[in-house]
Design a binder for this molecule. Structure first.
Ligand code: ATP
Length: 441
């Protein structure tokens, strides 16, 4: 593993962000559990996404569908037949690899040459059985993406909500893929979360019509990465998936690539899917999934653009991009609004009840709004360092002067600057700073 990745993985374990899954039983390879700080970071990312794409838009509504769906969904969507990866096995060490990820005929595990089996196709969906009988009639799948539920509930949303084309449906939730070669920490796992939107619009009359919609979504994705995640835009690039690798129904697919320590890899995807999904579900279910234009009365199957965001990859890139070392000390310069803990409150000395009581009062007041911690242990320098490591943007210290002037010292994580702030102005002060971006200098 690369140096930066190793450091981030170690920090995540040590400070309660992410633990190896099932660790007391020797672990389960490539599964990870989000600890108390990791779950805060992950929830903050999901919340920011929902706020941007659902709450702040008039044209997108939300959905939270069942994870296990009627298996006919996955037949209609093409997943039963086509959601496969090519697999090769090394006859010597029995390592299994994705054939399209192998550089040549050398086994990446044991170094054996020309030892691979013939390529086999391997379906990535996890199978299970509904009810007690393990029979083929009862087979069901853990969803491999959240998107299909959006098409399946499309008619319900048309019938119950006042949506007018163009409009979108958004969903955040777990997806499962039995990946042949998971790895690189959270980058490729078998159980992950997605944030997906299907954005429906009138069937285009010319290429220019869908291209305009597509370009709007390209800017939206970039803006999410820069403004909401606060990431360095220089680390993000676009890769247009060539015709040969693209699904036949898609006219254009762009992968948003991020400079991970293990190379430029896909962070998010954006695809123009035409009316493929609605058409397949209409044919398979026998239900009319057409939209009726309220002005003209015209009926049609809308076309769709799908931006797809991985939650776990978002968490990983935020951690990687935020990790800094300064004079041998770690600082996580996470965008303040995403930080797991927003404020740490310290009484200058732990054995002075007046200071401790005032600090506790401030802590109890602030925690109604944010995740806040109260820390009385050790010296102030050590407490600052402990908060820097987990990315807490503000540390508030109550000292003897606070008892006189009703002010506290607020120290900024990124600049180290300390300011005296009136206690009753503290909430406004913090809120204003939380709305801003992180300081990179
Ligand atoms: P890849 O080619 O890397 O297998 P994909 O093109 O199949 O990925 P999509 O089906 O486009 O991926 O999935 C949409 C998004 O879901 C991805 O951009 C990524 O953020 C996330 N994602 C997909 N697979 C995984 C996984 N195994 N682990 C974590 N996140 C994933």
């Amino acid at each position: 593993m690369n140096d930066l990745m190793e450091k981030v993985v170690a920090l995540c374990k040590r400070r309660g962000f992410i633990y190896p899954g099932s660790e007391i039983y020797g672990g389960l390879s490539n599964s990870w559990d989000f600890g108390p700080l990791g779950v805060e970071l992950k929830n903050n990312i999901k919340e920011a996404w929902w706020k941007r794409f659902v709450q702040n838009r008039e044209d997108i509504v939300g959905l939270d569908a069942a994870l296990i769906m009627n298996p006919k969904v996955w037949e209609a969507s093409g997943h039963v037949a086509n959601f496969t990866d090519p697999l090769k096995e090394c006859k010597k060490c029995h390592g299994r690899f994705r054939a399209d990820h192998l550089k040549d005929e050398t086994c990446p595990s044991c170094g054996a040459k020309d030892s691979f089996t013939e390529e086999k196709v391997f379906n990535l969906m996890f199978k299970t059985f509904i009810g007690p009988a393990e029979e083929s009639a009862n087979v069901a799948y853990f969803r491999p993406e959240t998107a299909q539920a959006i098409f399946v509930d499309f008619k319900n949303i048309l019938d119950t909500m006042r949506v007018r084309v163009p409009f979108g449906i958004a969903q955040v939730g777990k997806a499962f893929r039995n990946e042949i070669t998971p790895g690189n920490f959270l980058f490729r796992v078998r159980e992950f979360e997605q944030m997906e939107i299907e954005y429906f619009f009138t069937p285009p009359k010319a290429d220019n019509d869908w291209a305009k919609e597509f370009d709007k979504w390209v800017s939206e994705v970039h803006s999410w990465i820069k403004d909401d995640l606060g990431l360095d835009p220089k680390k993000v690039s676009e890769y247009e998936v060539p015709d040969s690798d693209r699904a036949h129904y898609s006219k254009k697919t762009i992968d948003f690539m991020f400079d991970f320590p293990f190379g430029k890899e896909e962070l998010y995807g954006l695809a123009y899917r035409g009316d493929f999904d609605l058409k397949s579900h209409q044919e398979s279910s026998g239900q009319n999934l057409k939209y009726r234009d309220p002005k003209t009365g015209e009926e049609f199957l809308p076309h769709v653009i799908e931006p797809s965001f991985g939650v776990d990859r978002s968490v990983l890139e935020v951690l990687l991009d935020s990790y800094f070392e300064e004079d041998g000390k770690i600082k996580l310069r996470i965008k303040p609004s995403l930080a797991p803990i927003k404020v740490a409150v310290f009484p200058l000395l732990s054995n002075k009840p007046d200071l401790v009581n005032l600090a506790r009062k401030i802590y109890l007041d602030l925690r109604k709004i944010y995740m806040v911690v109260l820390d009385e242990r050790g010296n102030i320098g050590g407490r600052y360092a402990a908060q820097d490591e987990i990315g807490t943007p503000f540390c508030v210290t109550v000292d003897f002067q606070s008892l006189e002037d009703v002010m506290v010292t607020v120290r900024d994580r990124d600049t180290g600057r300390q300011e005296r702030v009136k206690i009753d102005e503290l909430k406004n002060f913090i809120q204003e700073k939380l709305n801003g971006n992180r300081n990179r200098t």
